[in-house]
Design a protein around this ligand. Sequence first.
Ligand code: 26V
Length: 819
Amino acid sequence: MTATTLTKPASIDLAGLDEEIRRHLHYTLGYHERDVSPRYVCRATALAVRDRLVGSWQQTRDAIRETDQRRVYYLSLEFLIGRSLSNAIQNIDLDGPAREALHQYGLSLEEVAEKEHDAGLGNGGLGRLAACFLDSCANLKLPVVGYGIRYEYGMFHQHIENGRQVEDPDHWLRDGNPWEMERPDEAQNVHFYGYTEHYRDDEGTPRCRWAGSHDVVAVPYDMPIPGYRNKTVNTLRLWKAAATDAFDLEEFNSGSYPEAVASKNMAEQISMVLYPNDASENGKELRLKQQYFLVSASLQDIVKDWVEKHGDDFTDFGKKNCFQLNDTHPACAVAELMRILLDQYQMEWKQAWEITTQCMAYTNHTLLPEALERWSVSLFSRLLPRLLDIIYEINHRFLVEVSKKWPGDVARQRRMSLVEEGENPHIRMAHLAIVGSFSVNGVAGLHTELLKSGLFQDFYELWPEKFNNKTNGVTQRRWLAHCNPGLRDLLNETIGDGWQTDLSQIEKLRPFAEDAAFRKRWAEVKLQNKRRLIDYVRQTTGIEFQEAALFDVQVKRIHEYKRQLLNLLHVLNLYDRIQRGDTAGMVPRCVLIGGKAAPGYHVAKMIVNLINNVASVINADEKANDLLKLVFLPNYRVSAMEVICPATELSEQISTAGKEASGTGNMKFMMNGALTIGTLDGANIEIREQAGDENFFLFGLDAAEVSETKKAYDPNKIIAGDEEIQRIMAMIEGGRFDAGCPGTFNILTAGLRNPYDPWLTIADLRDYIDTQRKVDAAYKDQESWNRMSILNTANSGWFSSDRTIQQYADEIWQAKPLG
Ligand code: 26V
């Protein structure tokens, strides 16, 4: 067969998409056209679209394999992809043919697209960022491969029972995954357990190897990541864990069939489920197994590729490869690359370390101390004995360097050590990542400054040149063009479609803020989007939102630092005012809150419970409903945000200053014309700079004031001195929302009243309430509101992940686009 017949199957050129869908329905899925359901049409359409990607996918893979430029690997335990069908159709410009083809089944593209399960392989911000980054890398034709885990169960489904969160498993692969291609021939072996063996090689040089290990097979599944109309299709490679044949055989031979099957399950457990906590590490063995599994399989895959081309000459390996570590989750990569170079390629320590530190780069995503990963030395030595040896050696050499720079400063050595000493010593993964990387970056300006002056100050003093900022971004192709087609069309008509690949062009919209006729069209698009959200809210909760009301939205993981409670206290203030008849200047509001609480995070679950109970009381009170509705939207996820953000008018970004590393939901809302009410935290600061102070509702303490306030914080005094706040607290504490369980919410009110409340909710409440009054006043003047809305979109150019990725490519990766 010639190369052309391989890359271009004739049928795809000749047949229409409708023919391809029919063929897949019939031959691949075994359905008769008579009894097709939208779900199967969805699968068949995905397969037909995938066929159209295959040619460019292979060409891109070849181009990456052949390029002499540096290649980049984005290592992440999470990729929150969401749905892929509409995205692929948009990116390869198949919208027209797809609609036409589906029309024959009496279906719209939207009806079919919504049958696809979200690929929920992530918790929240960090995982969704990885997905936006892959989209931007493909858009910019960068030679970047994503490496992750093919979890059988993604982020849990959330439903609400009696006001409380209940988790259901998310078996997203139930009906198969039409996008993935299994590549069993590229499987890798990953070691666990066993011990380090010392021996002498043929030349008599002392060497080490990992012996007596229990191995697990890593099988790769590739997902296509199509660029935007540029013939580039990058790869996301996800590893599934399987038992080795040898593993099974041993057991079978000894006649123990059940044990053999059990050990098979043990191996498969590794890729079974995504850990659903995004704010606290819990030190579970299975989690460390997942991390090492991803790292070892990916590095072996990459090194194998290198060796196929260069033999065992690693001179240029560090120059030609770069690993971006998405938080510390894949930080074992530092030690694993050392192990491969030392043990498998017999390299000297010095050269191996030079190569390793030439190609590792680390991104930090949180300042919360409880999220910083530490692994107990005892677990590490049992599970990854050879890696622990290497970490000890890295630490030894590192501490020599520290003591040379600061002779006698033992306290500093103790602070900086990779090992936290004590009765139960731990490995500090962030320290391992910093020491092993040439680049350490935060994800927004303030965040990076706080890393340098706080958490990582010692390291910044040692290596200031490693530290840099890369403010996050989101892809405008999913978060504007795809999810808000009404606005997309209006923008294309008004300023052309260049913004879809170069969001800086969206500034061309600015003058139109002054154009009354344009503002009218802008408002019309928002109204259509609000109607779509009204339907969605009705279908999922039975509650009826009103289109004339202000749509006030807070969607994100539930966490104390994100302060959903602050939002709720304001809602209670509105409700209290309505009951007292103090409604002068009040604007009708529909407040929507959504997000998942980690299953083991009790306080977060109580917050969900309280929001639901308050919602039940308010929504049942007809007297209040012309002015106020409150909904807790269950099972917030990527596909829900695609309906929510185009309809949102007020974006709630109200974390305690200094706690939210960046935020990315804030950027999606801004792009879609929402105004932000927010603190000076994370990327809010940059959003306000770009939008203009007059187009942003700022309130609350800044990060410095937060630290200052904590020294003498007396929330009870604030409450006692503020009648409105007193009334809010009395509503909760009086048991109105207890649903028959007195004291249920004491844990929350006690937290608010605690002088050591780290989130300072009461400290910011008065300013928040007052600023919300300003929001009402601004909303009353719709002409001016729409003007501000347009300016928010027009000034959102900085927040494209294309800009972020261009900065990673230029300033960290030194990567160039494929030809
Ligand atoms: C920590 C852990 C601990 C162990 C269990 C599993 C797990 C999973 C995730 C995490 C850390 C999550 C950190 C995170 O999501 N940070 C968010 O990153 C966003 C992208 O940079 C940023 O916009 C958010 O502000 C930040 O909270």
